[in-house]
Ligand binder design. Structure first.
Ligand SMILES: CC(C)(COP(=O)(O)OP(=O)(O)OC[C@H]1O[C@@H](n2cnc3c(N)ncnc32)[C@H](O)[C@@H]1OP(=O)(O)O)[C@@H](O)C(=O)NCCC(=O)NCCS
Length: 221
């Protein structure tokens, strides 16, 4: 059973649906989707299937696209229907899909089901100034703020990839956690069409069901 997530993106034309991971989704995979699952382990298969069920639901209900098989390219990026930009995320508890008309821009979404980002992962995923910002926060707030940054980087990666087709490392982006739930993602180097200094905005929130959810958008200029 899916439900809509409101006010994550700044424009209601971006549709976000979420559902709990449910192994019954596996039986709803199409033949081509099923063929693409290869030797996926049970957990991965459940999450993959939950994402496909959500995408199919959202495409039908909001974009009039019926029976679409959501496959991935060799680079693992999802292949959305022509004219639609989307993003998918799943963790052990939930899946999310965000979709919009491609003329609007590209979007990224990321969900994480953990209390915080462990300290030993900070250096690999964050810039020295991002770590300094975390260390300046009260100790009990650091893990969650670190997770919000990490999740924002994953969401940004998914939003930029369809336009750059370029891998981007964690240190190529600076994420500022701004007032309330706002994110400001600044490219530290040029990546495809995005020049060093390019800024993408986003938002994060702790969901009512215990996950952290973040979203980043790159509207068409
Ligand atoms: C691609 C990546 C961001 C996915 O994040 P994740 O936490 O592993 O998993 P999530 O469940 O949130 O997202 C998985 C979905 O992302 C989507 N995805 C995978 N590669 C993608 C890409 N290149 N572009 C856009 N979306 C992509 C897929 O739909 C995938 O789900 P599916 O395999 O069921 O179709 C991550 O695996 C990765 O490669 N990260 C390294 C690059 C990075 O994050 N750099 C930070 C730059 S600032």
């Amino acid at each position: 059973m899916s439900r809509q997530v409101h006010e994550l993106f700044p424009d209601p034309r971006v549709i976000v649906l979420t559902a709990r991971i449910d192994e019954r989704a596996i039986a709803t995979l199409s033949e081509r989707e099923r063929a693409a699952t290869g030797r996926m382990r049970e957990k991965r298969l459940r999450e993959y299937a939950a994402g496909r069920a959500l995408a199919r639901d959202a495409l039908e209900r909001f974009f009039g696209v019926r029976g679409f098989d959501l496959l991935n390219g060799e680079d693992r990026a999802p292949i959305w229907p022509d004219g639609i930009a989307g993003s998918l995320s799943h963790c052990d508890t939930r899946a999310w899909v965000a979709l919009v008309e491609a003329s609007w821009g590209t979007i990224g979404i990321d969900g994480e089901h953990r209390a915080g980002l462990e300290r030993h992962l900070w250096e690999h995923t964050m810039l020295p100034e991002e770590i300094a910002d975390l260390d300046a926060r009260p100790p009990e707030a650091r893990g969650l703020a670190a997770l919000a940054r990490f999740s924002a980087k994953e969401a940004l990666y998914k939003a930029q990839y369809p336009r750059s087709r370029t891998f981007m490392g964690f240190h190529a982006l600076h994420v500022a956690l701004e007032r309330q739930d706002a994110l400001r993602c600044t490219f530290q180097e040029t990546v495809g069409p995005f020049a060093e200094g390019f800024v993408a905005e986003g938002r994060w929130r702790a969901s009512e069901t215990g996950e952290l959810l973040s979203a980043v958008w790159i509207p068409r200029a």
